[in-house]
Ligand binder design. Structure first.
Ligand SMILES: *[C@@H]1O[C@H](CO)[C@@H](O)[C@H](O)[C@H]1NC(C)=O
Ligand SMILES: *[C@@H]1O[C@H](CO)[C@@H](O)[C@H](O)[C@H]1NC(C)=O
Length: 435
């Protein structure tokens, strides 16, 4: 039913209202024109107007300005903050870079130093051999002899050294009696390469009278005044200065104090594999060659035992020193320290030889060998142990050093009697220590 009616209507539109439709179009056009005129009058700038009214524009603009200055201040603060952060970071970065540069510089210096030393020591880059076959360097190469250092001494040494080695002893007239005993034993043991460095005229003349090679230092050199008047320790400092020239000339030196008796030729009993080969103040295997000394601190409980490395000092009155860079550095360092501190030369000698590198200190790291304490015997070993032991009594030492006893001369004479003249009871009257 609904469909029928609609159909009817449509049909009606097309048939009975044709003329009315035409007039309706004319009216619509008229309304359109009229409306166009009205709108043209009301909205002369166009119907879609984007301009904001002036008052409103002004208001929002001033509001915008206020909020913009707040914003800018905030913005500036945050920019400044960012700048501070950036500069702080940059500063940290810079100090880091400075630190790194310093570190690099230090490493470079060290590297150069090490490289130079390695080059001097090895001359080549070695490959490690198989397990158990590698052996580190302990016999450093000798320095190139430099005769210009002291041509006069060079000439003397040319005449008396044997295989570029000799015994050197410093003496002033205070020790003439002991020197006399020593020279007798040197002659008896048949040691031709023996030189006395005379620190005064009396000793020079005495040596000449006994047909012993003698060297007198250039009297213009200031340090010799120490030798003439100085006590034992001052002379000890001087000897490190004097020895340097011997090494620079390319000689290996067996430095000897005067309170030493020679029983055999020491050059037949050296190893010559180290920068320094020294007699020891030790008196048995442990003290002479080193041991693990356990220090007890009960308060530490579980960790109460602290292990320490110990060795009795090397005797700076009798050592063999090869002409190497570490040896010369040793002499320089000891002499330098003795010139600045009131120290015992033997303590300084040992500290320089043994203390490792640590913060603020660069260790020497010269190679060292401890001499056999029965062959190169100190007077403690002799008077405390050897003379009371039937087997040890039969041993013939190379030298005996009366370092532990103040009554040096009579003990030296007794040692000569016992070992060189066969007087079996010569050592008996002496106490073990001094009284
Ligand atoms: C002195 O020593 C030299 C060489 O060392 C030797 O040829 C000479 O015979 C010695 N003279 C005396 C008097 O001992
Ligand atoms: C000391 O060491 C030597 C060599 O290593 C050894 O022959 C000797 O028996 C040792 N002496 C003692 C008392 O241990």
């Amino acid at each position: 039913m609904m469909m029928g009616r609609r159909d009817g209507l449509m049909r009606n539109t097309s048939s009975s209202h044709q003329s009315f439709r035409a007039s309706r179009i004319a009216v619509a056009i008229g309304i359109g024109v009229f409306m166009g005129c009205v709108f043209a009058f009301l909205y002369p700038n166009g119907f879609f107007h984007y301009d904001v009214p002036i008052a409103s524009t002004h208001f929002s603009k001033s509001k915008l300005q206020t909020s913009s200055s707040d914003c800018e201040a905030n913005e500036r603060i945050s920019i400044l903050k960012a700048d501070i952060v950036r500069l702080t970071q940059k500063n940290a970065e810079l100090s880091k870079q400075v630190r790194e540069l310093n570190e690099k510089l230090r490493l470079a210096e060290q590297g150069k130093d090490t490289a130079e030393k390695q080059f001097l020591a090895l001359g080549e880059q070695p490959k490690a051999g198989p397990f158990g076959t590698v052996k580190s360097l302990r016999t450093n190469p000798p320095v190139k002899p430099d005769e210009s250092v002291n041509p006069r001494l060079a000439k003397i040494l040319q005449n008396i050294a044997v295989r570029k080695e000799l015994v050197v002893v410093l003496a002033n007239s205070n020790v003439k009696d002991m020197l006399d005993v020593q020279i007798s034993t040197i002659k008896k043991a048949g040691i031709p390469n023996y030189l006395v460095v005379a620190l005064d005229d009396e000793i020079e003349n005495y040596c000449k009278s006994r047909n012993v090679s003698v060297y007198t230092r250039d009297p213009d050199k200031g340090i010799d005044s120490i030798g003439k008047s100085g006590g034992n320790h001052a002379v000890s400092g001087l000897k490190f200065h004097i020895l340097r020239e011997f090494l620079q000339l390319g000689y290996s030196i067996l430095l000897s104090d005067v309170d030493i008796v020679y029983i055999q030729n020491p050059f037949d009993h050296l190893y010559r594999d180290s920068d320094v080969e020294s007699m020891t103040d030790g008196h048995n295997n442990m003290t002479a060659y080193g041991y693990n000394d356990v220090f007890d601190e009960p308060a530490m409980g579980w960790a109460r035992y602290a292990h320490t490395m110990r060795i009795w000092v090397y005797n700076s009155g009798f050592f063999y020193i090869r002409p190497t860079i570490p040896s010369i550095e040793l002499l320089d360092r000891v002499a330098d320290r003795l010139s600045k501190e009131d120290a015992w030369d033997q303590a300084v000698f040992n500290e320089v030889l043994f203390f490792p590198s640590h913060p603020g200190y660069e260790g020497l790291h010269a190679s060292r060998r401890t001499m056999d304490f029965y062959a190169f015997m100190n007077s403690k070993v002799l008077f405390k142990t050897v003379r009371k032991d039937p087997n040890l009594k039969k041993l013939k030492p190379v030298i005996v050093h009366v370092n532990y006893h103040p009554d040096k001369l009579p003990r030296m004479q007794a040692i000569v009697e016992y070992y060189l003249n066969g007087k079996q009871d010569a050592l008996d009257p002496f106490p073990v220590g001094s009284e």
